[in-house]
Design a protein around this ligand. Structure first.
Ligand SMILES: NC(=O)c1ccc[n+]([C@@H]2O[C@H](COP(=O)([O-])OP(=O)(O)OC[C@H]3O[C@@H](n4cnc5c(N)ncnc54)[C@H](OP(=O)(O)O)[C@@H]3O)[C@@H](O)[C@H]2O)c1
Length: 239
């Protein structure tokens, strides 16, 4: 029988919507992860016990706004979820010998080139985004993903009007279609804050659940395309 691996030492970098979900999940469910440090940006959080910051009992780990102090901490993995990302900073973390797991789009190898991103996000001009990605095999379209995201109540007349959520269509033999919609609950009334939080959980857990495999991966960039299937730790124990 394989002996149980010792807990991975993790540092949480940023305690916003995503970072706070990661911390509570680690404290509540992840005996295999040892939270050894937390980097914050707000001076009001500096020096506070991390457990207290997320509404749990004190755990004896103090949050710090001192970047150099966090980088100097021994750890296996940094969960990097600040609002704005800093390539040089991430390079310093990597150079200190730690793995980085992140929700930040900047670090996806095929991220948008900056001129496109600047165009899409020009301040004050964007109330929605319609994006389309096509994966090809031998030059022929094989997979296509389209997203229609809007802010506010307006919706362009010339855009399609699909059901809210995600519709997966497979054209084949047989052809299949399913509709997927995530929510805080389907059985009780939930506030908009709960719905937003449930979306944060979905984002945060994809990365948190990937930590063991990311730590085991070969040096380099590891994305969902290369990693084994990342599953719920609490549901499957990742056995
Ligand atoms: N929310 C989502 O559903 C979602 C989905 C996909 C990807 N992401 C990505 O995940 C990351 C975190 O998202 P989030 O929703 O957790 O964001 P958020 O709630 O806005 O996070 C705020 C975080 O940013 C930190 N912060 C404050 N000032 C900063 C500065 N000058 N530079 C850098 N960070 C600063 C805050 O520090 P304190 O710890 O001191 O408060 C806090 O940790 C982002 O890169 C985002 O693009 C988010």
């Amino acid at each position: 029988m394989t002996p149980p691996r010792p807990p991975s030492r993790v540092i949480q970098w940023g305690t916003g919507a995503i970072g706070a979900e990661m911390i509570t999940a680690i404290l509540d469910h992840r005996a295999d992860l040892d939270l050894v440090g937390v980097k914050v940006y707000s001076e009001t959080k500096h020096g506070k016990d991390v457990g207290t910051l997320v509404g749990r009992s004190p755990i004896g780990v103090l949050a710090t706004a001192d970047t150099a102090e966090v980088i100097a901490m021994p750890a296996d993995c940094v969960l990097y979820t600040p609002r704005t990302t800093d390539l040089a900073e991430v390079c310093r973390i990597l150079a200190s010998g730690k793995t980085v797991a992140t929700t930040a789009f900047l670090f996806h190898p095929r991220r948008l080139p900056s001129p496109d991103r600047d165009h899409v996000l020009r301040a004050g001009t964007t109330a929605g985004q319609r994006s389309n990605w096509v994966g090809r095999r031998n030059g022929e379209p094989l997979m296509q993903i389209e997203t229609l995201w809007t802010v506010g109540g307006e919706y362009p007349d010339h855009w399609p009007r699909p059901k809210d959520g995600w519709t997966l269509t497979i054209e084949g033999d047989p052809s299949m279609r399913t509709h997927f919609f995530s929510s805080a609950s389907f059985t009780r009334p939930a506030s908009i804050e709960e719905h937003v939080r449930s979306a944060n959980v979905a984002t945060a857990m994809q990365v948190l659940n990937a930590v063991p495999t990311v730590c085991d991966a070969a040096p380099g960039l590891a994305t969902m395309a290369a990693l084994p299937l990342v599953r719920s730790h609490t549901g499957f124990r990742n056995a």
